[in-house]
Every structure is written in structure tokens, then in C-alpha cells.
Write a protein that binds this ligand. Sequence first.
Ligand code: MN
Length: 298
Amino acid sequence: MSIQSFPNSEVALGRLVVRRALPVRNKRMIGAWCFLDRFGPLSFGDEKPMDVAPHPHIGLQTVTWLLEGEILHDDSLRCEAVARPGGVNVMTAGNGISHAEQTPKEHSSKLNGVQLWTALPEARRHGAAQFEAIGEVPRVEQAGGIVSVFAGELGGARCEAEYFSEIVGAEVEVHAGCQVELDLRADFEYGVLLLEGAAWLEGELLLDKQLYYLEAGGTGVQLSSNAGAKVLLIGGPPFPEKIVMWWNFVGRTAEEIAVARADWEAFRRFGDVHGYVGPRLAAPPLVKIAGQRVDQAY
Ligand code: MN
């Protein structure tokens, strides 16, 4: 099996520095997954490490999976939910939603997790926004480890959260001195990111700050660890549509992105987030989208 790796980049999210595993140079998507940020692990005192003021999304789902800590979500549908380890929050933007994400007042002083986005397919991306919080995703013991499935199905466990493409997302815990064999679907491509500890993927040591990519065609993969590890596995059939991503928007053309930006700046379309005290985020200036210059007049 050919395994390629792509280095993560570093991005400042307010005061929080995160590692971006997707999109990166030469790897924009894996299945419908178009974005993967890794934050933490970190311990904190009086500060509020996660503090993302209200901002809009279109054309995507945000998926928050935590290993430790808590994140409070508030959105323009008036959904409020605290994400915690073992559960998943899935927000479907459709034609437009706004939300804020912050460390709640009551917290464990820890932050450690990932946020992913899926690109919505054409048939769903213009539809209504929705938000789903699942307190406990299926957690399945397997020989050598435990699989927690937060998207799609793996190892006989299926997550009930609603997704709109064929997809998989899971945390695989490999016990010390063990190996885990995962069945893969030949029509899926996959990504692997080391979350904790040290592990080998098909005998190759997983380096920190690297996303590993497995082309479609494989039917199984082996993870092993000496001292125990946690690994993120994502996948799906290669996404059949060409997307344009800019700021918090996923669309198909520069024009529709520019319209979404203008709607946010004009307080149209996205609603208000009531559960956040403080100003909302301003959209960055439109200069280029997907290498194309954009008319600033939108
Ligand atoms: Mn967001």
C-alpha cells in the first residue's frame, strides 16, 4: 500500500495556535473532509484558550471531536451545546449559519481535540442549517484497541450523526503492545493523523505534525503501538465536485463566496448569535479566491 504524508501548517485562531492538517499544500480533501485543525493538548489557568467570536459558514458541516476539555457552541438557530470527550457536535451550515465557539466558564482547564469540516454535496449545500449534539458516540472494543466512531461506520459501529456524503471519521485507540487491524473500503480514500502516543501505520512510524494519506483501493490497514496511542482516521469516496474554499465558506464559484461575504458584512442571511458576549468577527478582505482575483464591488 502506498502511503503519502503531508506536513501540517500552523495557524493562529485568535490567541490559540492550531495545526492545520487539511487543507495543506498538495492535499486539499480526503473524501468529503475538506478541513482538519488539531488544537492542544494544553492546560491553562485563568485564560480562555478557545474564543472564536460569532462568524458565518456556508456549504459545510463542522465536526468537533475532543480528547480532553470542553467547547461551548452557540449558533444562530439558538442551539447551545458543550462539546465533551466521547461525544460529537455536528453543525450543518447549508445556505448559512453563524456560531461562536469558546471555552465555557465551567471547564477542566484542558483543551485537546480536532475540528473537521465536510463539504456538503450540491444536493444539500443550499438547504437549511441544522445542529446536532451527540453525547456519546459508539465505542467498540476490538482486538488490540477501541474504536470510537463519530462519522459513518467502522468496525461494525455506526454513528447516528447525519452526514450527507458517504464518510467515515473515528478515533482509534491502540493499546500498549498491541496492534489493531481495521477493515477499509476499497472505494474510500483515507487520512490518518497521530493524536497521542506513538504508533506505526503498516510498519511505518507515524510522525507528529504529519497527515498520512492512503489512496482508494486498500481493504485493510494495521496500526500498532508499544506504549499505547490514539490515532484519527478519516475517509470517504473521493469528493466528486470541485469546491472553492475561502475563510469560513465552501462554495463552487468565487462569485457565490463574494456574495456570502457581502451578506455577512451587511448583517443579512446568517442570523445572530445570542450566547456570546462581544463583537463578531469581520470577514477578511477579498483579494483572491482559488487563485482568481475577485471584484471587490460585491
Ligand atoms: Mn466555525
